[in-house]
Design a protein around this ligand. Structure first.
Ligand SMILES: Cc1cc2nc3c(=O)[nH]c(=O)nc-3n(C[C@H](O)[C@H](O)[C@H](O)COP(=O)(O)OP(=O)(O)OC[C@H]3O[C@@H](n4cnc5c(N)ncnc54)[C@H](O)[C@@H]3O)c2cc1C
Length: 531
């Protein structure tokens, strides 16, 4: 395969760019270019450097470098355009309003920037018996071009019991390296010191020794000038995103619409070039589907691969948060002005004076994941104004009946079977929500807050959907793949993403998904070596 003559760096771009043809035969086909697909690509470039790898992505490129995080785009108009490009084929539904985060009376629901609702009408209605606010991103880099970079370790029962205890440290170390996770505080201010001290005095006495409140590890590197460079897929791909290699091609705006199965393996994949509608079949020795927790099972279902557990045990983090001004800060007249270049709480970390903290999960004492932040700036009166946010993400009790399923009669905007949900909370889930709300009140009280706004986000707002293609120790009908992410019964089909996580995780899942993908890549490399 020849090099693209127009490009001097980065992977060969095929299909969408129309500069060269989609290869029809490769060693490995990766469906999806988010952090998990990128982890497979990067790991295979190290483990099987001669393997020909093709990555196909339904969404567009967001400029150079390939897979960059939009927060790294200094030009705000370009950043906005790239964000919109990720928001799918329908009308843009994300909003620039911050209001709902500060005003509990606001009832409208907006998708996070860079994402679009699976079903905008359902999101507006917000029924509890479904995952009404489920959303996705469609672009090179996936949600990894928009994420907030929180990368806490999974702990206790969040860890997958059939992956040996001795493997976890190494596995997570690899994940942290790929994501460039940074344990250092994002910024420092005297007010953050006061905030942490008061929060610790309130909560730490009840927590296990290694479970106290601390700064959140975030996925970014710091430039020589001190600016954060946020981890997108370009960072995960490493040299693959910057150097020309004949072994790695990327096809954007190219949807994998079907896998062909024969004789216990996947023999080919139909790739549809979305702008032209042209369809090609690509043959590969190994196929990896890393197309997020909703679209990985969608592709399997559309291909007739329908193990009993497909789409089931869906687990979304209910998110509940409170916003308030601590007594040692001035109340901001216009909260939105504190975040001039940002649109949701997920972007708070961009502001230089924002600190992000973490209250780790622990099985018995603190069975939920806490995140908090403090954003400050000098006020007109010569003091410091600011807002604190305390939020909890709650693990859901896993149930077989909570599921994503796919319509035989309706299609999504890409022509794939439409996504539907059956979903509900249990008494245990509701009890945990009450507990989290009480903890937010306590946290605000510890900071001497004058008034607090709390919001319980609708189901699906977390963007962390777990369990839909869960891994298992044995093929007993309750899992879709083995602990190496190989789909049961299909020797060359691997899957990745938050959907493979089988536990009731409450921490942000990307570190774990990326770590599991790097582990699974070793199994793919072994297959390739075995011929
Ligand atoms: C605003 C925001 C903040 C977040 N903050 C955090 C955080 O702080 N910490 C954390 O851990 N996580 C966070 N997340 C979630 C995190 O981004 C995801 O966990 C992560 O991106 C999942 O990676 P992935 O590769 O599995 O899927 P994705 O990043 O979703 O990528 C999947 C890709 O597959 C493509 N695709 C789907 N179907 C097909 C098909 N049939 N053919 C071709 N391509 C297809 C999609 O277009 C998409 O680009 C956040 C997400 C957002 C949007």
């Amino acid at each position: 395969m020849g090099r693209d003559p127009f490009r001097t760096h980065g992977p060969r771009l095929v299909a969408d760019e129309q500069r060269s043809e989609l290869p029809v035969q490769v060693d490995v086909l990766i469906v999806g270019s988010g952090p998990v697909g990128a982890t497979f690509a990067r790991s295979l470039s190290e483990l099987s450097p001669r393997a020909q790898v093709l990555m196909v992505e339904a969404g567009p490129l967001l400029g150079d470098p390939v897979g960059r995080h939009v927060r790294n785009i200094a030009d705000l108009v370009e950043r906005e355009n790239m964000t919109r490009l990720s928001e799918g084929p329908g009308a843009p539904v994300a909003s620039s309003r911050m209001a709902r985060h500060f005003d509990s009376t606001t009832t409208d629901v907006v998708a996070a920037p860079g994402t679009f609702f699976v079903d905008p009408e359902l999101a507006a209605v917000g029924r509890e018996s479904t995952l009404s606010a489920a959303a996705m991103s469609t672009n090179v880099g996936g949600m990894g071009a928009h994420w907030a970079g929180a990368t806490p370790d999974p702990r206790g029962r969040e860890r997958i019991p059939f992956i040996e205890a001795g493997q976890w440290d190494d596995m997570l170390r690899v994940g942290r390296r790929l994501l460039a996770t940074n344990p250092d505080p994002l910024a420092w201010s005297p007010e953050w010191g006061v905030f942490l001290e008061r929060a610790r005095a309130e909560f730490d006495p009840g927590l296990p020794l290694d479970g106290g409140l601390r700064d959140m590890p975030l996925a970014y590197q710091r430039s020589a000038e001190g600016q954060p460079y946020w981890t997108g897929v370009d960072v995960i791909l490493g040299a693959l995103a910057r150097e020309p290699r004949d072994t790695f091609s990327l096809a954007s705006r190219s949807l994998c619409s079907r896998l062909h199965v024969s004789g216990g393996k996947v023999t080919g994949a139909e790739i549809s070039h979305l702008p032209s509608g042209q369809i090609r079949t690509v043959e590969a020795r190994s196929i990896i589907v890393a197309a997020d927790s909703l679209r990985t099972p969608q592709l399997l279902w559309a291909s007739g691969i329908r193990p009993a557990a497909l789409g089931r045990y869906l687990n979304d983090h209910v998110m509940v948060g409170g916003w308030f001004t601590p007594e040692y800060l001035d109340e901001p007249a216009e909260p939105d002005d504190l975040f001039p270049q940002t649109r949701t709480q997920n972007n708070l970390t961009e502001t230089a004076s924002t600190n992000v903290g973490w209250a780790p999960y622990s099985d018995e004492v603190h069975p939920l994941h806490g995140q908090f932040s403090l954003t400050t700036r000098p006020s007109d009166g010569g003091g410091t104004e600011g807002l604190a946010m305390v939020a909890y993400m709650l693990p859901k009790e896993p149930r077989e009946e909570d599921r994503v399923w796919f319509s035989s009669d309706h299609s999504d905007p890409y022509g794939m079977p439409a996504v539907r949900f059956d979903y509900g909370s249990t008494d245990k889930d509701r009890a945990l929500l009450l507990r989290a709300q009480a903890m937010i009140e306590r946290a605000a009280g510890a900071q001497g807050a004058r008034g607090i706004s709390t919001v319980t986000q609708p189901n699906g707002m977390s963007l962390h959907y777990l369990g839909t293609t869960r891994m298992g120790e044995v093929d007993d009908g309750r899992s879709v793949c083995d602990s190496s992410s190989r789909v049961w019964g299909l020797e060359n089909l691997y899957i990745g993403g938050n959907g493979v996580i089988p536990t009731a995780l409450s921490s942000n899942p990307t570190l774990l998904s990326v770590s599991l993908a790097s582990r699974a890549a070793r199994a793919v490399a072994r297959d390739l070596a075995a011929g």
